[in-house]
Every structure is written in C-alpha cells, then in structure tokens.
Design a protein around this ligand. Structure first.
Ligand code: ADP
Ligand code: MG
Length: 312
C-alpha cells in the first residue's frame, strides 16, 4: 500500500475516537436504532462498532472499502445539498489503509450476510457469512503500518474517555438511539432506549437543562440548551445539520451572549444544506457558513435571552 495514501489517511484518522466518529456516523446514516461500541486498549488493539441499520449487500462490501466510493451522493449538485453525515466515501477506505479491518454485514431483506477483511487496505478475504441484520465493523491494530503515528496515541484510559465523550455527545442529538460502550469486557454505559434530549443531557452533564430555547431567522434555526450558571468554564457541544463540529465564530457568539455566566451548552443548528459547506476539511469537523454573520447574531441573541430569562 502506497505510503502517500497512508499519510492522507492519517489526516482523516488521527486516533481511535476519529475512527469511532466515522463508524458512528455511518451507523446513523444507515438508520440504526441500536449502536454498540467495544474497545480493547482504548481502541488501539481493537475497536468494534455494531449497528442494526440497513446493512451492506454482499456484492457491495468491496466497494465500501474503495476510496471515493459512496452510496450517498450521486452527482456534483448533491455536494451542495448534503443530507447524510458521510459523503466523501473516504472514511472506510482511510481506516482500512491504516489497520486490519473486518466488516460483517447483512442488508435488510437479504437472507445471507457476508464478510470482508482487509489488511492495510488490501482485501484478503470476501465470503458469505451468516450474521444478524445490520453491520459490525472491527478495526484492529490501528496505525500498525504508521509506527510514528501509533506512538502518539495516549494511554488506553485516555483514548477510552475520548470515545465515551464522543458517544455521549452524539447521543444528545440522537437521544432515541440506544448507545452502548464496552471496554475490556466491562459495560461503561448503556443508554435507555427511547430517551429524549432532556434525559440525554442529564446523562451527559450530570444535571438537566435548566433552560432551553429555539430561535430562528432567515431559514437558520438554533436550538439552545443551557445547564444553568456554573462556576468558570463554558463548554460547548455544537452540531450543525447533525454533524458534531468545532467553530470559533459560534463559540465567540456564545461567549458574547453569555457574558460572565458559565455553564454547559448544547447548540444545535439547522440550516438549508446549501448554506453550509462541510467540504472544508477531510475530517468534516470544520464547516463554512454561507452567511456567518447571521448565524453569529442568531446565537448571540438567543444565548443572551436564555441567560437573562426568568428565575430558576
Ligand atoms: P461515506 O459515509 O462518506 O459514504 P464511508 O467510507 O464512510 O463513506 O462508507 C462507504 C460506504 O459504505 C457508505 O456509503 C455506505 O454505503 C457503506 N457503509 C459504511 N458503513 C455502513 C453501515 N454501518 N451500514 C450500512 N452501510 C454502510
Ligand atoms: Mg461515512
């Protein structure tokens, strides 16, 4: 396998939590109602994501591992209106390039399932296999062929914590999906089926949302959830069209609106797909808003209103 491909893969995949993010997004795109993640050594030795989504047809298993093979976008125009979380068809190929990867899957309505195994991106096995409906992806020995990168991974406990945090955050906007995390044979958490956001926030923050507010302007909608005042920090979990993102301007809007008031925040933005460019960074954690000023104002005003609101 080409060394350049390995390096490019390293841009999308930095550590176990980035593998997990991509696999979780795929499971959500597949319409899963249950997703379970199982780690060994913080995901360095093994990371398994199982879902009960639509599955992958046997013949399409090799395609799923190919670069730029995606079942989710069909034309260039689609790039402007991306509804699903994936679209580059890059994630599985990248993960495969730097690991030992195995997919077991059975597509909805098919009576036979299958598996495919790849080592450093080369397919070594593709055969029928009885398995439940849905998909199970196992990633072993991450960065086995990029030793420099492997050395940068943290201790298993630290990698496990990051994965746990990611899953809980994803759970905030998919509270109805049952999420389970296991590590070294122990269940670290297992969410109740049929949660709502309020309950998911309680599980994540250790307290419910004291206040929430939905505001919108010019087609942009912002759902704001605040824990109520807490000393010091103002941690923000931000989603835009279902994607967990980092954005310094939204962060700035939050700080401008909240003033000296601390506390935990969840901000969920929904905007027309053509107003959000997610095709900026391979890992899709940075986005570009078509009208950033509007988003900034909306969040700042909403946050200020929420913080000033009545008594508790
Ligand atoms: P993308 O998500 O950008 O399409 P990926 O590399 O993440 O690209 O996945 C490649 C393809 O494999 C997807 O388009 C989808 O068809 C299939 N796939 C991957 N994971 C799953 C899953 N958990 N359930 C069903 N299909 C999947
Ligand atoms: Mg994907």
């Amino acid at each position: 396998e080409d060394v350049f491909q390995r390096i490019a893969a390293g841009e999308v995949i930095e550590r176990p939590v980035s593998v997990c993010k991509e696999l979780l997004e795929n499971a959500l795109d597949a319409g899963a109602s249950r997703i379970s993640v199982t780690l060994l050594q913080g995901g360095k030795t093994s990371l398994i994501v199982e879902d009960d989504g639509c599955g992958i047809p046997f013949d399409e298993l090799p395609l799923a591992l190919e670069r730029h093979a995606t079942s989710k976008i069909f034309s260039l125009e689609d790039l402007d209106r991306i509804g699903t979380l994936g679209f580059r068809g890059e994630a599985l190929a990248s993960i495969a390039t730097v690991s030992l990867l195995e997919i077991r899957s059975r597509a909805t309505g098919e009576d036979r399932g299958g598996m495919i195994r790849s080592e450093g991106g080369s397919v070594v096995l593709h055969q029928p296999l009885p398995c439940p409906e849905g998909t199970r992806i196992q990633v072993e020995e991450l960065f086995f062929n990029l030793p420099a990168r492997r050395k940068f991974l943290r201790a298993p406990g630290a990698e496990t914590r990051r994965v746990g945090q990611l899953i809980q955050e994803m759970g905030l906007i998919h509270p109805e999906v049952r999420l389970t995390l296991r590590s070294e044979g122990r269940v670290l958490f297992d969410t109740e089926p049929g949660r709502d956001t309020e309950r998911a926030l309680r599980d994540h923050w250790g307290c419910g949302a004291a206040r929430s507010l939905s505001v919108s302007s010019g087609g942009v909608e912002a759902e704001l959830w605040w824990s109520g005042p807490k000393e010091g920090r103002t941690p923000l979990v931000l989603f835009a069209n279902g994607r967990r993102i980092q954005d310094s301007s939204v962060r700035g809007a939050l700080l401008a609106g909240a003033g000296t008031c601390g506390g935990d925040w969840l901000v969920v933005l929904r905007l027309p797909p053509e107003d959000l460019d997610v095709n900026v960074h391979p890992a899709k954690t940075e986005v570009r808003f078509r009208r950033p000023g509007e988003v900034f104002d909306l969040v700042r005003r909403g946050v200020a209103k929420l913080v000033e609101g009545g008594t508790f």
